[in-house]
Design a protein around this ligand. Structure first.
Ligand code: ATP
Length: 362
């Protein structure tokens, strides 16, 4: 059962409950036509999955990279960290699963909550990604595999480890497990950051998720609803009724979306807007008005993959530092720093590799 007891070394603990995938990426000169067989310009295999990416983001952004580690000589996990990060999820009993777990561990992430699914040859999650080089546009096929086989003993066993002080959730694992963990954490007073990606595809999923945002009047008070909702424009449009992505081009549209979530009981709403920056609004702010923060100026955008996960990771660290210090959370300051961290990521290729270290942001 979850509890908010602090780690013996006094460092705060973040838990990410979510997906681990192996990304298989082909770079092509055009997307293949039906029936076409083509030769790629390049191919890469790299660890991914929204959950694992966000765990790696928290781990890297909480560590100053040691000089030896920079040359690949020392295990990254030996460098001093400012937070503990635990990953909970599932991989298959295969080579991808082994690589995914050891990559997290090498970054200092506690993988004791990553299950290895033994039954029936269930493979690790895989994302087959085809990148059209001339436009940079990608097409992705996500095969969840073990991500949909996380064993919680039919809901009787907690997926939130004891000592968790902030729980991060996304939507690449079964929605029932996300909702159960969300409610459990809220009941235990543990703040939750939800990144509702990929956007819910059905109205049923949307309304179930929405119901879980709300403050349960009488049982949980203010500050006990969903603490942090971090989402991009597509996810915002999917969650807010009668709102399109185009509506978010105006500040009025952004304010409408933020007001919708705040009215449901969300404490902090943070909408990432890609190259337009971030719009955020907090229930705690005196005026209740949202703010648009422009992006950091960058010399050249190389690859935006992982920018959202970097943003979420930095933001989560700021939130858990405040919780651990018993301080009020400063949403504006957290957004500014996360905007800075994500801007580093867009200047480099790849997902996890492009996430900066703590000293690169500070
Ligand atoms: P992904 O799924 O690729 O990780 P996302 O859609 O979740 O991305 P975005 O909204 O595209 O996330 O970007 C997240 C954050 O990254 C932005 O809010 C901003 O802080 C930063 N960012 C993105 N694009 C740029 C850019 N062109 N210049 C500077 N910062 C950027």
């Amino acid at each position: 059962m979850a509890s908010s007891a602090m780690a013996s070394d006094g460092l705060p603990r973040i838990t990410v409950l979510g997906s681990l995938n192996m990304d298989l990426v082909s770079y092509v000169s055009h997307h293949p036509e039906p029936g076409e067989t083509m030769t790629s310009n390049g191919f890469a295999v790299s660890p991914g999955g929204k959950g694992a990416n966000q765990a790696i983001a928290c781990a890297k952004l909480s560590r100053t990279r040691a000089p030896a580690a920079a040359g690949g000589q020392a295990p990254l996990s030996t460098t001093a960290a400012t937070a503990h990060v635990s990953m909970v999820g599932a991989v298959g009993d295969d080579a991808h699963g082994t690589a995914l777990r050891s990559n997290l561990a090498a970054h200092g992430v506690d993988v004791s909550g990553v299950q290895v699914v033994q039954a029936g040859g269930v493979p690790s999650g895989v994302a087959v990604i085809v990148v059209d080089e001339p436009t940079g546009q990608n097409r992705i096929i996500f095969s969840p595999g073990a991500n949909y086989q996380i064993d919680d003993k039919a809901g009787t066993q907690s997926l939130v480890p004891a000592g968790t002080q902030l729980l991060i959730l996304q939507l690449e694992i079964p929605l029932e497990q996300v909702l159960r963990a969300l409610r459990e954490a809220r009941a235990a007073g543990i703040p939750v950051l939800l990144n509702p990606a990929p956007a819910p595809a059905t109205e049923e999923a949307r309304s179930q998720l929405e119901a879980a945002f709300a403050v349960t009047v009488g049982h949980l008070g203010k500050g006990q609803g969903l603490s942090h909702l971090v989402l991009n424009e597509t996810e915002t449009a999917a969650l807010v009724p009668a709102l399109t992505v185009a509506d978010l081009d105006t500040e009025a549209g952004l304010a409408r979306a933020a007001a919708y979530f705040l009215a449901l009981g969300v404490e902090n709403v943070v909408m990432t807007l890609g190259g337009r920056g971030v719009y955020y609004a907090s229930a705690a702010s005196a005026s209740g008005a949202g703010q648009l923060l422009p992006p950091e100026k960058v010399a050249r955008v190389v690859d935006t993959t992982g920018a959202g996960d970097t943003f979420a990771g930095q933001y989560a660290l700021e939130a858990v530092y405040a919780t651990a210090a018993g301080k009020a959370f400063d949403c504006a300051a957290a957004v500014r720093k996360s905007n800075r961290a994500a801007a580093k990521t867009v200047q480099r290729k790849g997902a996890q590799d492009s996430i900066p270290w703590r000293d690169e942001v500070e």
